[in-house]
Design a protein around this ligand. Structure first.
Ligand SMILES: C[S@@+](CC[C@H](N)C(=O)[O-])C[C@H]1O[C@@H](n2cnc3c(N)ncnc32)[C@H](O)[C@@H]1O
Length: 270
């Protein structure tokens, strides 16, 4: 099964080209929504279309980040010392290494993204301190990433690792085998490792799904999935409460619902 996911070179398959201002980039759209400055006109246009249907998106992206950082805190508090942020995005403070290192100053963190612009930003802003690195890698080629991490001694897969895949898997189409991608990482992880994912939900409002359909045939194309499909990605992990749930539910009792629903889940490999 996993053999199939390492198939053709992804360069031709919805992969961002280096610094192309005419190509929509999910990393730059997200950067704009988070209030960043590393985006182009085409990204802002798409973000504004989404915001015109769902102005609360600006808040939702911060809920997503809060969920992800909370997962990092939880893993660090449980004694995990290695963190792998897959599809890390353009840096937005606080970042994974800042949060993990508050709890464990020696924590090792690797940021991986397939967008060269993201990796350039990570290199410039994040990769200064020893034990923090940025890697160009495509999650659709998990073995390439695992090999690079092992060969460069960035991650020791004999020890627990916390993997975050926050708002990334919905960019992986069904025929790119997202479950097999997770299985490839899961099978290399030591017991006690964590996996936290955030995934766009098909329970989002129809007008949101309609706007997202405008990303089809770009490198930012998305497939939002149901809670059951999202839960299936965590096969082989024990889920923490509240299971697969909108990220707001993980953060507190009184946060508002949003018309775009982002599901969060955290699991532990037994
Ligand atoms: C919406 S952003 C989320 C960024 C960050 N994880 C967060 O939650 O703040 C999605 C990121 O995933 C990256 N991405 C999408 N598909 C990817 C793939 N196949 N391999 C690696 N990175 C990918 C994009 O380049 C982008 O930086």
């Amino acid at each position: 099964m996993v053999d199939g996911i390492e198939g053709p070179a992804p360069e031709s398959e919805r992969t961002p080209q280096p610094f192309d201002p005419d190509e929509l980039s999910s990393a730059r759209v997200y950067d704009y929504l988070l209030g960043g400055k590393d985006n182009f006109e085409i990204d802002r246009e798409t973000a504004c279309q989404m915001l015109s249907r769902a102005p609360e998106l600006k808040v939702l992206v911060w809920f997503v980040r809060s969920f992800t950082l909370k997962a990092v805190e939880r893993a660090a508090a449980a004694g995990i010392r290695q963190f792998l942020d897959l599809g890390s995005g353009i840096p937005a403070s606080p970042n994974v290494h800042e949060v993990a290192r508050k709890i464990e100053p020696s924590a090792r963190v690797v940021y991986v993204d397939y967008d060269p612009l993201v990796v350039a930003h990570c290199d410039a802003l994040l990769a200064g301190p020893p034990g923090v690195a940025a890697l160009l890698g495509d999650v659709r080629r998990p073995r390439d990433i695992i090999d690079q991490l092992s060969e460069r001694a960035l991650i020791d897969f004999n020890e627990p690792v916390a993997i975050t895949l926050s708002a990334v898997l919905h960019y992986v189409m069904d025929d790119e085998h997202p479950a097999d991608i997770i299985a490839a990482f899961r099978d290399r992880l030591a017991p006690g490792s964590y996996l936290a994912i955030v995934h766009g939900s098909s329970d989002s409002a129809p007008e949101i799904l309609q706007v997202l359909a405008g990303t089809n045939n770009t490198s930012a194309q998305v497939t939002f999935r149901s809670p059951a499909q999202t839960e299936a990605f965590l096969a082989g992990f024990e889920l923490f409460e509240p299971g697969v749930a909108p990220v707001q539910e993980w953060l507190g009792p009184d946060l508002p619902d949003t018309s775009m629903v982002m599901l969060g889940a955290i699991g532990r490999k037994p």
